[in-house]
Design a protein around this ligand. Structure first.
Ligand SMILES: [Zn+2]
Length: 236
């Protein structure tokens, strides 16, 4: 069996999403990529989480062709593979319909960086795509979803470009978040934190509609405490 360790990690990331309350029934998926072999491991479509085993994971190439596995891959596979092709430094992708992050996606609003919890993980607002055009929805919809994310990060829509390593998440308008990370565990962790900061952002604007985002100084202080060459958080 190919990629036994990565299969286990992807399974654990999928289960983590359920345990943390981000996923109802089977509405979520996590995948991981082996960059050396150019292979993706992803959850199968629609299998009850209680039944999921490492051998049920589906292995595909970066174009989404099945390399190993008898079950159908997650229906969101084409978004995952497109993100792996376009963002070559990411190692895992998670998709959920977690309620607060999805509420921002449905409102077509980014999640503002209101505080240091956000700044510890996301270096600026979590962006939202433009709504998909009818032609994209009727065409290669899942692939087009990935294209909308990539277009948003490249700043092709009159918005500033965003570095996918500095902001490892995107809201797809009218849909839900896609989140990524270095490993399946890291991507799942980012998805859990995203839901938490989305919940807090929702409450922040409920308390004060014109609440301001953190200052650049506070954003820098917290983000670079945990990321980059001069990170000081945790144990050396
Ligand atoms: Zn979805």
């Amino acid at each position: 069996m190919l990629l036994e360790a990565l299969r286990k990690e992807v399974l654990e990331a999928n289960l983590e999403l359920v345990e943390r309350g981000l996923v109802l029934y089977t509405f979520g998926n996590a995948s991981g990529v082996d960059r050396e072999q150019g292979l993706v491991v992803i959850k199968p479509s629609g299998v009850d989480y209680k039944e999921l085993r490492p051998e049920h994971m589906v292995v595909t190439d970066l174009q989404g062709n099945i390399v190993e596995g008898t079950l159908r891959p997650s229906s969101d596979l084409d978004t995952h593979t497109l993100l792996y092709r376009e963002f070559p430094q990411i190692g895992a992708v998670v998709h959920t319909h977690s309620e607060f992050a999805t509420s921002f996606a449905q409102a077509g609003l980014p999640i503002p960086a209101f505080g240091t919890t956000h700044a510890d993980y996301f270096y600026g607002p979590v962006p939202v795509t433009l709504p998909l055009a009818d032609g994209a929805i009727q065409g290669r919809y899942v692939h087009e979803t990935g294209l909308a994310i990539v277009a948003r990060f490249r700043g092709e829509q009159g918005q500033p470009a965003v570095d996918p390593l500095a902001v490892p998440a995107c809201l797809v308008a009218g849909h839900a978040p896609f989140v990524w990370g270095k490993t399946p565990h890291d991507a799942a962790h980012n998805a859990v934190v995203l839901e938490s900061v989305a919940r807090m952002a929702y409450r922040t604007v409920s308390l004060r509609a014109n609440a301001e985002e953190v200052s650049q100084a506070l954003l820098d202080r917290h983000y670079f405490r945990k990321h980059g060459a001069s990170a000081t958080y945790g144990q050396a």
